[in-house]
Design a protein around this ligand. Structure first.
Ligand SMILES: [Zn+2]
Length: 314
């Protein structure tokens, strides 16, 4: 057996060993498209003001543009120990609204600390790409998406193809998981109906376990969320739905429906997370959580009394 000894690295230079990033070429765009992307950055700047960052105080805004011109924006939400990044939520909002991954065109991100000058921060964004988790997620959802960064003048944009932003990206060929068919008829409770529709839009290539959620705020509005799975993160449907409400300035949840499984009547999701429900409980201790009873009905539980045995960490 041959012994291999580790050879110490010998270096006589005084330079530091920071890795050299590979050069990634920008995508050339029409003036019209560039204008659209500058607007998208403005939407991200605005979305940042809704971020909820009690832990990091680093406020992010992200906006996703779909081919039909619709824009979905989110801040980062630190509702649980694992915070949801702005890009992850904006992507989830778009998919929950019925957009197809291939129809998501571009994603912009804007980052600045709490209390920072936005004008000053605009000139620093070219060194502030989305984090690796988010780039991996964007790549897996649609590698043709454009990632938009502000140039150092704080106004013009630099456009990159998501697939180029991750040279030699981690990739697994997975069989295509078709989405569930949307419900054939609307459930009489509009909140349950929306959760069932959301479930059919889940992006779950890893587990094929779709989950949809819908929250009703004290103002009577409904916001939805879905489970989105990529190699770098999985969003919880209920957390997405709650962030969706908070993005609209609504923090008080009255009722929440969470539905998993593939059957028409739905099941309690296998990976229901206590973290997410605890976050809802902190924001809205009076909330009711409706879960499928397995026979076509939904049982309402005060959030404080959701049986612990139903909840497992994902
Ligand atoms: Zn990120």
């Amino acid at each position: 057996m041959q012994m291999i000894s580790a050879r110490p690295h010998v270096c006589n230079h005084s330079h530091t060993h920071a890795p050299t990033p590979p050069v990634v070429s920008q995508v050339q765009c029409s003036e019209e498209e560039l204008g659209q992307y500058r607007d998208l950055v403005d939407r991200a700047v605005e979305a940042r003001t809704h971020a909820y960052t009690p832990n990091s105080h680093s406020m992010v805004g992200s906006s996703v543009l779909a081919q039909d011109g619709k824009v979905y924006s989110s801040g980062n939400f630190e509702l649980t120990p694992y915070a949801d990044h702005g890009e992850q939520l904006a992507l989830a909002f778009a998919l929950a609204d019925g957009q197809k991954p291939k129809d998501l065109k571009a994603c912009a991100v804007f980052v600045a600390k709490e209390g920072a000058s936005v004008e000053e921060a605009r000139t620093k964004q070219s060194s502030m790409t989305s984090c690796g988790n988010c780039r991996q997620a964007i790549f897996e959802i649609n590698p043709e998406m454009h990632e938009i960064l502000l140039a150092s003048d704080g106004y013009n944009v630099e456009v990159y193809r998501a697939g180029d932003m991750l040279p030699k990206a981690y990739h697994r060929d997975r069989p295509e998981v078709p989405n569930l068919a949307p419900p054939s008829s609307d459930h009489p409770d509009p909140l349950v109906a929306q959760a069932l529709i959301a479930r059919s839009r889940s992006f779950v290539p890893r587990t094929n376990e779709p989950v949809g959620a819908a929250v009703e705020t004290v103002d009577g509005k409904i916001y939805t969320g879905i489970r989105v799975e990529t190699s770098s993160f999985s969003t919880q449907a209920e957390r997405v739905a709650m962030a969706n409400a908070m993005m609209h300035g609504e923090h008080q949840i009255k009722r929440m429906v969470i539905v998993g499984g593939s059957s028409a009547e739905g099941e309690i999701p296998k990976r229901l997370s206590w973290d997410a429900l605890q976050a809802v409980a902190q924001q809205s201790p009076q909330a009711e959580v409706l879960l499928p009873d397995g026979h076509g009905g939904f049982v309402s539980n005060p959030i404080a009394q959701v049986p612990g045995y139903l909840l497992t960490h994902s």
